[in-house]
Design a binder for this molecule. Sequence first.
Ligand SMILES: *[C@@H]1O[C@H](CO)[C@@H](O)[C@H](O)[C@H]1NC(C)=O
Ligand SMILES: *[C@@H]1O[C@H](CO)[C@@H](O)[C@H](O)[C@H]1NC(C)=O
Ligand SMILES: *[C@@H]1O[C@H](CO)[C@@H](O)[C@H](O)[C@H]1NC(C)=O
Length: 173
Amino acid sequence: MIFKVLFSILILTNCCTLNQIQKNTRILRGYYKDVLNYQQINLISRKNTYFNGGLLNSQLNRDAIYYVNTGIGYTFCSLHHSIEIFLFKKYQLNTIVIEIWNRSANPHYDFEVYIGYLENEKQIYENSSFAGIIRIRFEDQLVDKIRIYNRGGSNYNGNLSVIKVQAFYQIQN
Ligand SMILES: *[C@@H]1O[C@H](CO)[C@@H](O)[C@H](O)[C@H]1NC(C)=O
Ligand SMILES: *[C@@H]1O[C@H](CO)[C@@H](O)[C@H](O)[C@H]1NC(C)=O
Ligand SMILES: *[C@@H]1O[C@H](CO)[C@@H](O)[C@H](O)[C@H]1NC(C)=O
């Protein structure tokens, strides 16, 4: 009995302190860090998606992104397919950063970006002539999936080639 009462008090204090709420928010927001980083390759669907140069050298959530050439260093999908990234749990996010591969020919890519939660998707970006790195801001939202759709390839070839993707919650200044 005393045990039970003690236990309830513990739960109460645990659930209702400001600290606990703040802690839960931090967890939900992935501690404000990139929630894709250091995850396993299974995070990225292999359906229609390829890894040039072996998984460790090419997956878009790796850290070593500095060695890229025609045979190594990027994740890609062919025309009218998507690169799908499944998160292991839901996170509250508001920022996604994508670096596409800027081949020496300086290509421009045609693609769309979606965020998803419980099978519902929302488009957060599109560009028919994009080059370089894009930082996409969106309303705070629970996310369990990110999808990059290759709408029109690039002026180099039909593939959508991505070097790096990061997703996180950024506190507004
Ligand atoms: C599309 O990409 C180009 C090149 O990076 C950029 O200048 C332009 O602002 C982008 N458009 C949109 C709608 O983001
Ligand atoms: C892409 O690379 C080319 C050649 O290295 C460079 O001239 C160009 O400015 C780069 N474009 C972007 C958007 O970074
Ligand atoms: C896409 O990239 C792969 C691997 O580099 C290449 O074999 C294929 O020809 C490319 N597709 C197109 C349409 O260029």
